[in-house]
Ligand binder design. Structure first.
Ligand SMILES: Nc1ncnc2c1ncn2[C@@H]1O[C@H](COP(=O)(O)OP(=O)(O)O)[C@@H](O)[C@H]1O
Ligand SMILES: O=P(O)(O)OC[C@H]1O[C@](O)(COP(=O)(O)O)[C@@H](O)[C@@H]1O
Length: 306
């Protein structure tokens, strides 16, 4: 069974404008809302590509109700812990460039954290868990690390997609998979990383620390997958980006789905990169037919030193 954990979900509010008039009244050309938060997006994309999962995490208030109703309407099974505050609203502004304003997380009470922890203790060997997104400030930054250790000891596969301190701390717990983007890896490394080749030593160092799969995405400039056996590089398909929100989450979902279907590592890598691009090229999330069509445009090669 696949579980996703979103500690900090959001109602994503997408606003499209022709251009932004800073300091003036702006009227949107289009707007729409969608349930968001990284783990929730992973569950929604998994469902679209044919894999059931259960979405866990904290939701509350009218925004929380909106998320639960919409995620369940999409056919995703949920078992959220209901908290007293309102789930945040994240603004995704699309004008000449994309700008994101992620809202403030509601406080999470200790008994709510304990309730989620109790759910996690029910996971069994061969289950997959995805911890994705930011950690609300009322929780310790090491929660992913702590839960990863607990679950790995029970034979659960642990996937982590986060950044900053929670990522730093989670690395020590040796998860099976992490997916930093170029900027998150640079922040982790403490230096600029401006190409796939420049990311190689950093990805290798993470594998040497005991992380099974280090998947680094460079938006439209390719991706890298480092394991103990090999370092694979992928190109990304060319196309018009309609919305890149959720593209990274689609990569994670694509990789989990492809692996569950028994695809080889290079094929799962291709499927995952195509999943990210299929979302980037769509208004909503990727459809399986679009992913499969884009796979032909993802070239995977083995990286060799020198
Ligand atoms: N301009 C683009 N062209 C093609 N694919 C893209 C583009 N931007 C994002 N993607 C797809 O989305 C994936 C994740 O993008 P990235 O921005 O690196 O991560 P995140 O969304 O986590 O910040 C990429 O690996 C790729 O598959
Ligand atoms: O938890 P964070 O880091 O604030 O991110 C939350 C945001 O990330 C998203 O999950 C999108 O993530 P990606 O674009 O990285 O796939 C949005 O739905 C949400 O608003």
């Amino acid at each position: 069974m696949i579980y996703t954990v979103t500690l900090n979900p959001a109602m994503d509010y997408f606003v499209a404008l022709d251009s932004i008039n800073k300091g003036g009244v702006n009227r949107a050309a289009h707007d729409y809302k969608a349930p968001g938060g990284k783990g929730i997006n992973v569950s929604r994309v998994l469902k679209r590509i044919g894999h059931p999962s259960t979405a866990l995490g904290f939701i509350g208030g009218f925004t929380g109700e909106y998320i639960k109703a919409n995620v369940e309407a999409d056919g995703v099974h949920t078992s959220f812990i209901e908290i007293s505050g309102d789930t945040r609203i994240n603004i995704k502004l699309k004008a000449d460039v994309e700008t994101e304003v992620n809202g403030v997380s509601p406080a999470i009470a200790a008994n709510d954290v304990a309730a989620l922890e109790e759910q996690l203790t029910q996971l069994k060997a061969n289950d997959v868990v995805v911890f994705a997104g930011s950690v609300p400030p009322s929780l310790e930054t090491n929660v992913y690390a702590k839960w990863s250790k607990l679950l790995k000891d029970r034979g659960v596969s642990v996937f982590i997609d986060t950044s900053g301190k929670p990522l730093e701390e989670a690395v020590a717990a040796q998860p099976d998979f992490i997916k930093p983007n170029q900027h998150e890896l640079a922040e982790f490394a403490g230096e600029a990383i401006d190409s796939l080749e420049a990311a190689v030593p950093h990805a290798k160092a993470l594998v040497a620390k005991g992380i099974g799969h280090v998947f680094v995405t460079f938006a439209g400039d390719g991706a890298l997958l480092a394991t103990e056996q090999s370092i694979l590089l992928a190109t990304t398909p060319r196309g018009t980006v309609k919305n890149s929100v959720g593209a990274g989450d689609s990569v994670v979902a694509g990789f989990i789905g492809a692996t569950a279907e028994g695809m080889s590592l290079p094929e799962a890598f291709r499927f995952a990169v195509a999943s990210g691009s299929a979302t980037a090229f769509s208004t909503g999330f990727a459809e399986r037919t679009t992913i499969e069509a884009l796979m032909d445009e993802v070239a995977v090669t083995i990286y060799r030193e020198g």
